[in-house]
Ligand binder design. Structure first.
Ligand code: 5GP
Ligand code: ZN
Length: 119
């Protein structure tokens, strides 16, 4: 499932170190090395999917579970929407036009007091 020379496949396997906050058989979540907000996590599937543009119907269960994991992690980190001014941002950059730098599907979770430096 892993692709040679993919940074996030190497992070998922542990070959490249990262500050992980969650790991299961399907997904890994870790802190972004260059945070754009006080809380900035990346959630990736272990399966190498390069971009959101290549997903098909068969990926629906995986994508659904990925989004649920995003919500669970936001809650675990204390940034879930619980009313008032609380909440977080979820971003999936796709292709050069979307500002994607790492070609392994990932969802950014951004939260915390503004201003944020980018995204
Ligand atoms: P993209 O622009 O592809 O949506 O986002 C890629 C993200 O990966 C960027 O926010 C960048 O800071 C982060 N990133 C790049 N290399 C590494 C790394 O080696 N470790 C971690 N933890 N994050 C990385
Ligand atoms: Zn990969």
């Amino acid at each position: 499932m892993s692709e040679d020379n993919c940074l996030f496949c190497k992070i998922a396997s542990g070959e490249i170190p990262s500050k992980k906050v969650h790991e299961d058989e399907e997904f890994v979540a870790f802190y972004d090395i260059r945070p754009a907000a006080p809380v900035h996590l990346l959630v990736i599937p272990r399966q190498h999917i390069a971009t959101l543009s290549e997903v098909t119907k068969k990926d629906a269960p995986l994508l659904g579970r990925m989004l649920i994991l995003v919500a669970n992690l936001a809650e675990q980190l204390g940034v879930a929407y619980t009313g008032g001014e609380t909440g977080f941002r979820t971003v999936i950059n796709t292709g050069p036009g979307g500002g994607q730098e790492v070609y392994h599907l990932h969802a950014h979770i951004l939260a915390g007091p503004r201003p944020w430096s980018r995204m």
